[in-house]
Design a protein around this ligand. Structure first.
Ligand code: ATP
Ligand code: MG
Length: 425
């Protein structure tokens, strides 16, 4: 049996890196008063069609949607922001505080062609700062993205692309001009862009096709259709970034693949992974909550792709997240005549002193169990054989020297306390 295409198991040796990422995020974000949330993995399909937009790639061809037993249209979430916006509304989170700072980490689902850094079930770490129009909020989230990425060891060669995509009215105005311009070159556009010309022309700006890019170079630029409020907001964001010495490129062609963004849009790319080099995408979404039936609340946020981080910084994360070996291996013989109940008392002591242990379950002869302990690079093997059981003592074997000593069970607790303090820290 194989897992579904585009999905994979995360095995125990990788889990340490995942936990490390979660811990780092928790530390940095918690300090900045972001609170972790979890929303359901399944939502009404309507949530995504109404927020991400009908003509986006995600809604158009990438969603995992199905009808449940009661004929509800359900979708496995393709991203986190729509769900968070829904949660803000469902739980009236805006009532008690003006600003909600939230973060999440969890699986997302998109039906895409699987390749390196692109899966059908993938994971995102994301933050949302909800309730502020202030350009400082945009800068706060961008700064946090950079902080998280650098703490995860993957920011040495990054590029922050940023653009102002204005509001809906400004974009509508621009769209008309763009479509009119591109119509003149219709036959030279790549196929995707041709279809987008009628449905979602702004996405053409994002085309990777060189001919299309060439055509765009002499076309209208969104920036020229923005009013003062949009430009001022953007300039402030840029000035604060400069103050923070966060380097950025203004990319006039940056548009995100989700319709809900306005004003600031940004992406963090690395120069290392070839095609799938975007590790973080985000922006402002001031209309989304209202669009979904909630009050008019502005917001800004981003999402980082965890799998892409793991590709970039796998080795770094592995060394950072390295877990200590088992400290104590417990070798024990158990048979019909000699039930070694004492083993439970030993484990209780180890647990009490927070010592990491592994209990041998093979019931093979003791020398074989001791060999296993050495192979696992344990510090000590605690031996509980027939003789020990009968006489209520434990043999302690120091695996690096081979030295052995016997400790009476009543003294074991004190001894373990000493060991925990001096040797196994
Ligand atoms: P891309 O252009 O690479 O498809 P996107 O614009 O669709 O990215 P977003 O929706 O902004 O991506 O999601 C934010 C981040 O989530 C991306 O920058 C990327 O790191 C990650 N991501 C998106 N789709 C996938 C996927 N199918 N597999 C793995 N990671 C993904
Ligand atoms: Mg995509």
């Amino acid at each position: 049996m194989q897992p579904l295409r585009g999905t994979r198991d995360i095995l125990p040796n990788e889990m340490q890196s995942w936990q490390y990422i979660h811990n780092i995020a928790n530390k940095i974000l918690n300090q900045n008063n972001y609170k972790e949330v979890q929303t359901p993995i399944i939502e009404n399909t309507e949530l995504f069609t109404r927020s991400i937009g009908n003509f986006t790639d995600i809604v158009n061809k990438e969603m995992y949607s199905f009808c449940d037993q009661s004929n509800r249209n359900i979708t496995l979430r393709p991203e986190g922001t729509a769900s968070i916006a829904r949660a803000i509304i469902s739980n009236k989170l805006y009532v008690d505080s003006q600003i909600s700072r939230l973060w999440y980490m969890g699986p997302m689902f998109r039906y895409e062609r699987p390749q390196k850094g692109r899966q059908r079930q993938f994971h995102q770490l994301g933050i949302e700062c909800i309730g502020s129009f202030n350009p400082i909020a945009d800068v706060e989230v961008i700064k946090l993205a950079i902080q998280v990425l650098s703490k995860l060891g993957c920011i040495s060669e990054y590029e922050l692309d940023i653009n102002c995509i204005g509001n809906i009215e400004e974009r509508e105005l621009y769209k008309v001009q763009l479509v009119e311009y591109l119509h003149k070159y219709k036959d030279e556009l790549d196929n995707d862009s041709k279809t987008r010309l009628n449905k979602n022309p702004l996405r053409i700006l994002d085309s990777k096709n060189t001919k299309t890019q060439e055509i765009l170079q002499t076309g209208p630029i969104l920036k020229n259709y923005l009013n003062k409020a949009s430009l001022d907001h953007f300039n402030q964001v840029c000035e604060h970034l400069e103050y923070l010495q966060i380097s950025y490129n203004i990319n006039n062609y940056l548009v995100r693949g989700l319709d809900y963004y306005n004003y600031t849009a940004f992406e963090i790319k690395t120069k290392t992974i070839n095609n799938q080099n975007t590790v973080c995408g985000g922006g402002r979404y001031d209309r989304l909550i209202e669009q979904l039936g909630g009050p008019n609340i502005p917001a800004v946020g981003w999402a980082i792709g965890i799998e892409r981080i793991l590709i970039l910084a796998n080795n770094y994360l592995k060394t950072q997240a390295q877990v200590t070996n088992t400290s104590i291996y417990v070798a024990v013989r158990n048979d019909n005549y000699h039930n070694s109940y004492m083993v439970w008392d030993i484990l209780n002591i180890l647990e009490e002193y927070n010592i990491k242990f592994e209990l041998d379950l093979s019931n093979s002869n003791l020398s074989r169990q001791i060999k296993k302990a050495s192979r696992l690079k344990a510090t000590i093997c605690l031996i509980l054989g027939e003789n020990e059981n009968y006489n209520k003592f434990v043999t302690i074997k120091w695996l690096n020297t081979g030295m052995q000593q016997q400790i009476h069970f009543v003294e074991l607790k004190e001894y373990m306390k000493y060991i925990k303090k001096t040797i196994i820290t």
